[in-house]
Design a protein around this ligand. Structure first.
Ligand code: PLP
Length: 382
């Protein structure tokens, strides 16, 4: 098969869409005003920020006043967890419940809070990477300030029972945060209908630039900001607004929603085609729930090989994929997500994640499967 470039790492980051770039350009060039300035150049920047806020709110089923722009998913997660916990600590609420499969942006924030007198309960998933809401229910105490459960896992794509968990939290009067970085733009989300109190979004996972994101905070929640500064974003996230990036982020949210259903079908068909071919190779197994999975995710373990070597061979043939999470790929430890699911160290170290986008074709996925099979054969002979 002739060599081609296939980007299959959209869970890691995505390419900026042409529409997003167009939406940003005026604010990188002529419309350089500060959104807090009262003259018309500033007012134009303010309009761009507020338009993006409206688009984001529409996409998430909330009010524009409940959206706070951040520098990305990591900041949104930190802001959500510290924001609630610091506001509630004086009421004796010093317990957090989260899962063992969260992104480090959540896990390490919880670890920091543990150093500061908080107790954290880590809920483990089943072998398919899905948590059981009844485990959350059992862990809630009168000291619980927050439950934080990701919407969908970045490594396996496993979609978590967010609705059931949020309802339990509502009944128990505990705030519920979800890191929806991988889910926004892939799944229909409605914060009001789903009883979500806080939700994190990252722009670069949905064709907006890196360093953009948002936190949804339900109106009226007790909240303490992370940074001290001016009154931008109502003081919840002070600092001069990154107008161009926010405009691009808002456009990307609108664009993602407009194509969501169609894209879900196209991408999941491609994923199933790829998954089927990969699983026909002896010793290849799928990680994560078969049914409750993001449309583009395909995470497999390959017996007898190390993922690193396989990824290098894929790269030589023009294919971009990841071992576990790209955010931790410099860390040679096997994936904490797969280990929490009960997968062996060896199988976790041999896991490769493909995350497909709608720019791919069936020929691209066949190319991945072909190169993958050849590479596995070669590596097993070594
Ligand atoms: N949460 C999840 C589930 C992610 O996958 C990522 C990034 O991969 C993040 C948080 C961090 O987002 P950002 O890269 O925007 O800081």
């Amino acid at each position: 098969m002739e060599k081609r470039f296939v980007y299959a790492d959209n869970a890691s980051t995505t390419k900026i869409s042409p529409g997003v770039l167009d939406a940003m350009m005026p604010y990188l060039t002529e419309q350089y005003g500060n959104a807090s300035s009262v003259y018309s150049l500033g007012r134009k920047a303010k309009i761009a920020v507020e338009t993006a806020r409206e688009k984001t709110a529409l996409a998430l089923g909330c009010q524009p006043s409940e959206i706070f722009f951040t520098s990305g998913g990591t900041e949104a997660d930190n802001l959500a967890i510290y924001g609630i916990c610091r506001a509630l600590a004086s009421q004796g609420k010093n317990h957090i419940i989260t899962t063992a499969i969260e992104h480090p942006a959540v896990l390490n924030t919880c670890k920091e809070l543990e150093k500061n007198g908080f107790d954290v309960t880590y809920i483990f998933p089943d072998v398919n990477g899905i948590i059981d809401p009844s485990d959350i229910k059992k862990a809630i105490t009168c000291r619980t300030a927050l439950v934080s459960v990701m919407y969908a896992n970045n490594e396996t794509g496993a979609i978590q029972p967010v609705n059931e968990t949020a309802l339990i939290c509502k009944e128990k009067n505990v705030f519920f945060h979800t890191d929806a970085v991988q889910a926004v733009g892939q799944l229909k989300i409605n914060t009001a209908e789903q009883n979500i109190d806080l939700l994190s979004v990252s722009g670069h996972k949905l064709h907006a630039p890196k360093g953009t994101g948002a936190l949804y905070i339900r109106k009226g929640l007790p909240f303490y900001p992370l940074f001290s500064g001016g009154n931008q974003e109502k003081g919840i996230r002070p600092g001069t607004e990154n107008t161009a990036s926010i405009a691009g982020f808002g456009y990307a949210m609108e664009e993602a929603m407009a194509s969501l259903s169609e894209r879900y079908i196209t991408v999941s068909m491609l994923r199933d085609r790829l998954t089927g071919k990969l699983l026909s190779i002896p010793g290849v197994t799928l990680n994560g729930d078969k049914k409750n999975r993001l449309p583009g995710h395909c995470n497999v373990s390959v017996s007898g090989i190390d993922a690193e070597g396989l990824l290098l061979m894929l790269d030589l043939k023009g294919i971009c994929a990841s071992a576990g999470s790209a955010c931790t790929s410099e860390d040679s430890q096997p994936s904490h997500v797969l280990r929490a699911m009960g997968i062996s160290k060896e199988a976790a170290k041999s896991s490769v994640r493909f995350s497909l986008g709608d720019d791919l074709t069936a020929e691209d996925t066949d190319y991945i499967a072909h190169v993958f099979a050849e590479a596995v054969k070669k590596l097993r002979k070594k």
